[in-house]
Structure formats: structure tokens, C-alpha cells
Ligand binder design. Sequence first.
Ligand code: HEM
Length: 607
Amino acid sequence: MLSLEEYDISPVTGFLPHDPPLRRLSDPYFTPWEDMMDDFNGLLLAGKLRAKIHKMPMLNHKKLNTVQEYRRAFLILCMLSHSYVWGKHEEASETLPANLAVPWNAIAEYLGLCPVVCHAAVVLWNYRLLDSEGPIDLGNLTTLATYSGSLDESWFYLVTTAIESAGSKCPASILSCVNNIQDGNYEGLQANLTTIRDSLADINDVLHRMFEKCDPYVFYWKIRPYLAGWENMAEAGLPLGLIYEGVNDSIWSAETDEYADISHLTEGERLLRQYRRYAGGSAAQSSLIAAFDVAFGVEHHPVGEKPTTSSSSPLVIKLDTATTTSPSSPVDKHDRYRHLPSTRPADELDHSGTSSGATTPRPPYKRTNRNAFLRAMRKYMPEKHRDYLEDLETAANIRPFMMHLESLLHTGEISDEERDLIRLYNDCLHQLKLFRDKHVQIVSLYIVNQARKGPNIAHGGFAMEKKKNETAADSSAKTPVVSATSSTSSTEQQQQQQQQQPLNKKAAHNVLYPQTSLETHPGIREGSPSAKVSSLFPQLGLAKHVDPKTGVVRGTGGTNVMPFLKQSRDETADMKIALDTTGQQSSSNSGPQASVSKSWTDMLLRR
Ligand code: HEM
């Protein structure tokens, strides 16, 4: 592997930048952006943000000089662009104007990111130290920017920043582990694993503090909506993603590395080529947590699958994910944890709609991470951090080494020191599993419960103003949409709603933020660019899928996320190595019989 610095990782601050992020772009050329940031929350609240953005000049990103400036500019454009798209009490915009889209796209390219908000922008590059000499911890941190202007949002980011700080020694310790295993340096390895285990314990302490100052209601209804991207967002009126005006107006060929003439393309084809679909910001894009998985060889599989090596031919066991739909169900297409649409909808014309969102060249080694969603998250990590993970995949030797020690354990040739190393490895996995336990609890409280309960006020802060010509019948049809979302989603209530509200274009537009609703609308607004594109290219298959049983297009709000997160947690625990050798195998990868293993130690380890 390269040195830490070459991966843009600091031995002191880890994936956080070595020096705190810039608070402003000092070059007066960028004053229009910084001025927008000064008034950002106020403009959004006053409903003036979009108009003001339309008046902003197109700035040239090449005037940015340092990587720190690029990062600051990226954060500004994440703030402005997501607020522009989602608005406040406004209909989502399907188009991002060129004065945001063009520089954002170029700056993202420079940083090796996608032009969409990501963990790096709001967590790694969005903090300030209150006491510049003090530590990067929750007692000394504040944010540079938030969408909602709330302390809850600051806390949400800062807890995650503090987690990155608590784990800051780990990227270096992981590299040392690899080297110490190569050199047979047990003492060094023991020290590294101890550092990682203790850091993980600190990380868990910080994660637990999320509850202190981030209210789940505020998170779900006021913060999360702005972090959404434009993948699987048909209900928000973005079935094809977002139009990045002025971006990639030409066709680039990988073979010739040249831009081809596009004058032969029709207007519709050119429009289609400007759409991009990107996932939104999520701590699933944290390179730190991903690094633990890679280092310890945690195997992540497609949701609902658990391979076994117990038979001569590899088998895949379907896990009992009671709340998930069967893979053949049309609803499954909207499950972002299983199905990844292509980033460029235009590609679907050539690939007959096959998923290319997570496609990366086949690596020369066996990936431990076969979960498409988790892998796709890597393209939202800064390029050099992604490189660290990719290189670590080839270099990681901790798990193979532990498997070797396990075989010594079985033959009785293991030394006490080696036994301690297995114990430490298990302790690290245990802490990572505890992290995922706590995280599952958080998601259940901050997302699933909130979606079930519904907003305190009917629109949850994301209603669109009632249209003047709306009839009383229309508005009464709206209310059940809200209550069906917010209640315990009783099928009876939904059916009633379906009777009251026939599935026609007169049905109320989605008045809630899309990730919170059970939707009955195809999500293509009359007269919108996507309506035009979908009529020109019916092969894109934008027709809605209605579940014949419930009559709704899909239920989000947590139904898909929990099986994914619980599986990820269980996969972590599955990697522990059973130290009791009385007829035991490794708890890892040993097929179904391992899961019915009955020893007390094994039971403890599994917990
Ligand atoms: C209010 C707090 C949080 C909520 C509501 C939340 C929610 C979620 C959700 C919904 C996912 C599924 C992926 C997605 O749809 O984006 C996810 C995944 C993930 N989150 Fe969080 N998250 C929270 C805090 C954190 C923090 C502080 C971290 C620390 C870095 C974190 C790390 C992860 C990771 C690593 C994943 C990928 C799944 C895995 O590795 O098991 N999350 N989170």
C-alpha cells in the first residue's frame, strides 16, 4: 500500500483533514457564493433562495487554488443545490441551473466525488473548532453550515465528525497490522488491535450521544429531506433523477477519449443525457467504518442472502427477511438496498434498463463486500479514501492470519500469545457489532418510528401550498394520504383511501417528502421534462408499479432499511472466531451448521 499521506489520510486526524476546513473562500471572486451562504437559511425560509440563485453569476471553478478551497466550494454547492432542488414548502425542482450544476460537477470531478451531498461534505469538511488549540470532540466543535439552521442538525453532523475523530488512529493502525503480520511481529499486532478495539469503544460512546441533542422528529422531518439525492425519487417528481443544466452536453468515448459531435441527437435525447441519478448523503459513505469491514474481512452479501461453503457447490441461503418483498416482486425495483438504477438514465436505452449504478470493473481479488448498496457508497467517498479501501482489499491479511491461528487452535498448536490475538480480533469485531446494534436502534427511532407516527403538522414542513383551483374533494383526498403514511399503515385505511381517491392524475400530488409517504402518484408531473422524456422513450419503463394487494406504489419509511442494517450487523458478528475448540468450528463462513452450534462460548460470541 501507499503511505497514509498519499491516500489523503492524516496519522493524527484520520479521514478528517489535517487542518480544520476553511471557513470562507477568501478570494473576492467567490463573494457571490459566500454571500449566499451568509443568508442561506434565511433565504430558504423566506422562499427567496431559488430566485436569488437564478441571479447568481456563473463562476469559474478554476479560480480555486487549493484542495481546501475545492472542499469549501463543494460544501457551498451541496448546500445551495440541495436547497434549490427540495426547497421549503415548494415543489421539488427537476432541474438544477447551470450556475450551480456546472461548477459543482467540475469540483466534484476534481475531488473524485459525485455532484451530490455526501458524508465528506457535511461531516469531514463542515466543522470548526471553538478553541483552535483544543481537541476534535463534541465539547469543542461547531458546524460551518446546515440546511435547517437547527442545533439538531449541527449535532447530527458533529456526532459523526467526532466519531471520525475517535477513530482517527485506526487507518494507520490497520496499515501497521498488515505490516506486523507480514513481519511476524506479534507484539506490534497486539498493540495495533488494542488501539483499534479501544477506538471502536470510543466511537460507540460517541454514537450513543446522538440522542442527547438531535431530536428524532426534527431529524426525520426537517433535516433528512435535504440530504436526499435523486435516485429512486419518482414520487418526488424526479423519476429520472435531476437535470444538470449545461453539464456533459457532449458524448465522451472511452475508446477514443474524445468528445463526439452530438448535433445528430434529437432534443429529447439531449435532454435525457443531462439527467443524473445519485444517492443522497449518508454515513454509509464513511470510509472509516468501511475500513474496519475491509480490515477484518467482514463479508457483506446481497440483502436476504447468506452464502455457505458447506457443500461442494456454493449455496446461497435465503435469509428470513419477513418484511422484505420477494425479489421478483415489482416493488423490489424500488428497494434501494437491492436495486441500483443506473446513474445516467440515458444508459438504460442501450442496456435495456439493467442496473449499472454499482458496476465497477471486476477486481483481481475476491471482494469481501458483495453488497451492492455498500459498494455503491464508495463512489460517494473522496477518491483517495476510496483508493485506500480498494488497496486495502488486496493487502488485508488480518482475517487470513486469524483463520491460520484458528487452524492452530484446532490442532492444539496455538500459543497463549496467539490465542490472545484471536481474542483481540474478536473484541474488535464485537465492538463493531455493538456499533451496528446501536445504529439499528437509532435508525428505528429516528426513521422507522417517525415514519409510522407521521408529522405533527399535516405537511411535516414539506407541504406545497394548496393550489388555488384545488377542489374540496381534492383536499379531502390529500388528508388520507398523510394519515395512511403516518398511522400504523393499516391496510384497511389504505383501501378506504384508495376508494376515496381513484388512481388518476387528479389525485393529490405527493404532499409529503417522498421518503415519508405511501404514494399513489406516478410521480411524473404533467408538462414536466420527465413527462416529455418518458413519452419519447417508453422503453425507460417509467410507468408506475402498483402493488395489487395494497394498491400503493411502495412503502418506504424504513421497511427496506431494517433488514439491510440487521444483516450487516449479523454479518459482523458472524466473523468472530470461536475460541472454545470442543468440537467447534469457526463461527465464520462455516455454513448453516455453524449457526446452530450450541457451545456456551459460541453463544456468547454470537451475542
Ligand atoms: C440519526 C442518526 C443516523 C441515522 C438516522 C442513520 C441512518 C442510516 C440509514 C437509513 C442507513 C442505510 C443506508 C442509507 O439509506 O443511507 C445507514 C447506514 C449506515 N450508517 Fe447511519 N444513521 C445515523 C447515524 C450514523 C452515524 C453517526 C454513523 C457513523 C459513521 C453511521 C454509519 C452508517 C453506516 C456505516 C451505514 C452502512 C450500513 C452498515 O455499515 O452497517 N450512521 N444509516
